[in-house]
Design a binder for this molecule. Sequence first.
Ligand code: TRP
Length: 453
Amino acid sequence: MSASTPTAAPGRKTRILTGITTSGTPHLGNYVGAIRPAVAASRAPDAESYYFLADLHALIKVQTPERVQRSTLEIAATWLACGLDPDKVWFYRQSDIPEISELTWLLTCVAGKGILNRAHAYKAAVDKNRLDGEDDDAGITAGLFMYPVLMAADILIFGADKVPVGRDQVQHIEMARDFGQRFNHLYGQYFTLPEAVIDEQVATLPGLDGRKMSKSYDNTIPLFSPRATLQKLIASIVTDSKAPGEPKDVDNSNVFQLYQAFASVEETAAFRREFEHGIGWGDAKQRLFERIDAEVAPLRERYEALIAEPQKIEKLLREGAQRLRAQHATPLLRKLHEAVGLRDLAQVASERKATGKQSAAVAQFKQYRENDGRFYFKLVDAGGRLLLQSAGHASARDAGQLIARLKQGAGAGIASEGARELRFDGVSLGELVEDATIDDVVTALAGFAEDAA
Ligand code: TRP
């Protein structure tokens, strides 16, 4: 990445942003791996935290309206029940901030399609199609393809400095940086480039069958299942067939791993000794159930109270979004409109007060054909000054390929020949225009490398 990464303005608190896709019911794995640590982090005094329900993202996966609605309610209630304090953090719903969708389009127009082609989730879907002998893009929506751009808008719109994510999401943060950087390069410094924060400590819990607890394996224990259901589910965890009295292997036990995620160091050590002394699986599971329920029961009570009054949650989310729009999103989009040229037509360009850069920040090649039937190009610098007039080429393709190589070379391989002639990689390139110098040309070409970075 570029060395001149814009970072948070001095004096402002670090902004930490977390998005939660509303496409399921929270389970113990989500609680231990994401919710519990995130709520703890939200209490840090030196941070300004943003938590939002990514319901627009949910539409990519879930196309049953009732499930989208239900999941949004459940997830909102879960975070609140687990201690997220909407007076201390920004808590909102993505679809309540239409500026996010609007920014998605502005970013779409600078996002490289080739970068999106390389997104893991999209590539996995293509690979699966190939394996199944299907057309590459069979069943793949443009929504899945554009997922990273929407996510970049989520992050960039509020100037997030840090985004805590799992490993699988790191690529998305890199893309957000890339799109933000391209936009900044073209239009001026509007966006802070975010950093992914990966918590290596975060536990992944085993599910009922021992594989990672995940909705896609259908092996989850819902966080807020009723007490009796929780007990039944825990009793169904797969174990080996060692009888009571036989020592049990803690390191390969799902029951033990789950217990550890909820227990203190001392409790865990005591449980380990019981395993060595041959505790029966029935007893071990009962102990596990009691330990989990001790932590979850008070949260469950709050959750049930919250779920019973959805209008309160609705109001809270709307108010969060309204304040955020007024303070951040609406003014930012106004500036961005101005930056890209979606402007008041009655306002004359020369009267416009400087907001960001006035002209495109990159040099440009302009291709054309002359009366002699040959193909030419000109190089114009970022300020619009004509620098170079090319030699003639037999075809548009020849000229285009030379331009592509010049951009890739980013200024390397250019040499003077005589006072005004330039060569590139041994071939004649063209002639400097007026008082332009070889240095001007090299500088202009170097801009293409930054642009592609
Ligand atoms: N893609 C994230 C996930 O599946 C959810 C998400 C959407 C998100 N927008 C975000 C996370 C912005 C962080 C920042 O987990």
